[in-house]
Structures are given as C-alpha cells and as structure tokens.
Design a protein around this ligand. Structure first.
Ligand code: SF4
Length: 179
C-alpha cells in the first residue's frame, strides 16, 4: 500500500508533540485555511508516493524517538494507509499524535461517508489536534497548535466515554477559546 507524502519524513522534531518524534507530512488538504503554513501540501497530486513499508521499516530502527506524528496536509484523506502505519507504530511502542483540519465531531459524524475509515484510524491515535487554522486566533505562546480554536484531544478517553476530553498534560487552558 502506498501513501502520498509532501516531503521527506523527519526524525527529530520537538515541536509536533512531546519528546523526540518522527513526523510524516501527508499530501493533500481540502481546508484552504487563510495563512496556512504549508500551502504546497494542498494539491492531491503534489508530493510523491512511497510504499508504507518504507515508513514502517524506518520506524523499527528508531531507538530514541518517543512517538510518531501525522501532519500535513490533511492526514484524514489517507486514513487506510495511516492506519497500517499506526498499527506498526504501536507494535514499536510509539505514541501517536495526529493533526487534522477537521474537527473531532466532523470526523465522527455518522453521516460522513468516511466515518468508518476515520474511526478505524482514530482507534490508534493517542492525541488529536483538531480544527482548521484560524489566522485571527493565532496567539504567541501556543504549544503544539497554531490557533486557539484548535483542541488537543485525548482520543482514547473521548472515544470510550463518547465525549470530548482535552489532554490536560499538553493543554494551555488559559489560551483555549470555545468555538
Ligand atoms: S488544515 Fe493545515 S495544511 Fe490544511 S489548509 Fe489548514 S493549515 Fe493548511
């Protein structure tokens, strides 16, 4: 199975989640946020395809990394390939963060044709940073997110209790603004 990525995978990020992390930049994004930091990731035909085995092989050789982060672009355009990578990440004891321009509610709306694919990927994700980037809500001092509307969600707790739980460890409550 292939995945389309925007740029080479990096292995030493400290800004896309806690600790040293591998980051996979997926290609393709429908959100078109004003002030997007990465417009070259928008086209579904941009970037290039790689076999997911390339990613999983690299993962099994990692020793210092705490986790893997799916970013983009919009990772939830390629849920099936990312699910396979996520399974292998868990086999390697890596935690999984994922950035998405969709909200948690949009991903799990049962009328969404991608509902099952979204759910099948979310089952493996520890932390989801959700929502579009809103330039007017960009704020100095934000950690792990671009604008204050974005939430840092504890995915497994939220799925279990069918409610949204923010991850208290990484969240600056004082900077949060309800939508
Ligand atoms: S979701 Fe991210 S990559 Fe997509 S347009 Fe918004 S800021 Fe850019």
């Amino acid at each position: 199975m292939n995945i389309r990525i925007a740029s080479p995978t990096i292995y030493d990020s400290i800004v896309d989640g806690p600790g040293l992390r591998m980051v996979l930049w997926t290609q393709g994004c429908p959100h078109n946020c004003k002030g997007c930091h990465n417009p070259k990731t928008h086209s579904n035909n941009g970037g290039y395809e790689i076999d997911i085995k390339e990613v999983t092989k690299q993962m099994s050789n990692m020793r210092l990394q705490k986790g893997i982060t799916f970013s983009g672009g919009e990772p939830f355009l390629q849920q099936e390939a990312l699910k396979e990578i996520a399974i292998e990440a868990k086999n390697n004891n890596l935690d999984i963060w994922c950035y998405t321009g969709f909200t948690f509610e949009e991903l799990l709306d049962k009328s969404n044709p991608s509902y099952f694919k979204n759910l099948n990927l979310l089952k493996y994700i520890d932390v989801l940073v959700d929502g579009r980037f809103v330039e007017e809500k960009k704020k100095f001092g934000l950690k792990f997110r671009g604008s204050t509307n974005q939430r840092i969600i504890d995915v497994q707790k939220s799925l279990k209790y069918k409610n949204i739980f923010l991850n208290e460890n990484y969240y600056e409550k004082n900077l949060y603004e309800a939508k």
